[in-house]
Design a protein around this ligand. Structure first.
Ligand SMILES: CC(C)(COP(=O)(O)OP(=O)(O)OC[C@H]1O[C@@H](n2cnc3c(N)ncnc32)[C@H](O)[C@@H]1OP(=O)(O)O)[C@@H](O)C(=O)NCCC(=O)NCCS
Length: 158
């Protein structure tokens, strides 16, 4: 399958917003507003097919040594074809290029991230500074997502 992962452009945002919120409405991931996506558009990668955005994911830098993968969504008819895996690998490569050694995620799909080299951790092990945006989440303080981290040096040795 030749679908490639590319940096998102401004014109992709309405479709990314729609895609993310289809799954957010089902409680599978956190909702994102249009303004949040525009403000962070440089974090996002997309996969396009036939002029349509079929997948997106974001790498958000938190600190000198930590970044988060968030808003990973693959259109239902494109799931199970390696698209999610390609996007996560692109995000990890991006983190590595930036010199960031550790990437984490908060998710309801831990099995997907475990396949890609992430390991579960206690949420309380994550530094407090990542909770800034959690205050705005409707679930706060009862977060039921699972935290996982990926250390890029250990991934390189595999
Ligand atoms: C979770 C999601 C991103 C996976 O994307 P995808 O393109 O279907 O996944 P891939 O085809 O790249 O799968 C890569 C590997 O992970 C596995 N995998 C995929 N989803 C999985 C899940 N929910 N649980 C466990 N393993 C999973 C696949 O079987 C595959 O393993 P294999 O190589 O051994 O066959 C996609 O199903 C999705 O968008 N779901 C709705 C939104 C969501 O839940 N986002 C997640 C989190 S923030």
């Amino acid at each position: 399958m030749a679908k490639s992962v590319e940096k998102a452009g401004i014109g992709d945002v309405p479709e990314m917003h729609r895609l993310i919120n289809i799954f957010a409405d089902r409680g599978e991931m956190l909702a994102r507003s249009l303004s949040e996506i525009y403000e962070n558009v440089r974090d996002y990668v997309v996969v396009r097919e036939g002029g349509r955005v079929v997948a997106c994911a974001a790498l958000h830098v938190n600190w000198s040594d930590l970044a988060e993968i968030r808003s990973v969504a693959v259109a239902e008819d494109k799931q199970g074809q390696g698209v999610g895996e390609k996007m996560i690998k692109a995000c990890l490569k991006d983190a590595d290029k930036l010199g960031i050694p550790t990437v984490f995620c908060l998710t309801y799909k831990p099995g997907f991230f475990e396949k890609l080299g992430f390991s579960k951790v206690d949420k309380m092990e994550l530094p407090q500074k990542i909770w800034n945006e959690c205050y705005r989440c409707s679930k706060f303080p009862n977060c039921d997502e699972v935290a996982l981290i990926c250390r890029l040096d250990s991934l390189a040795k595999k």
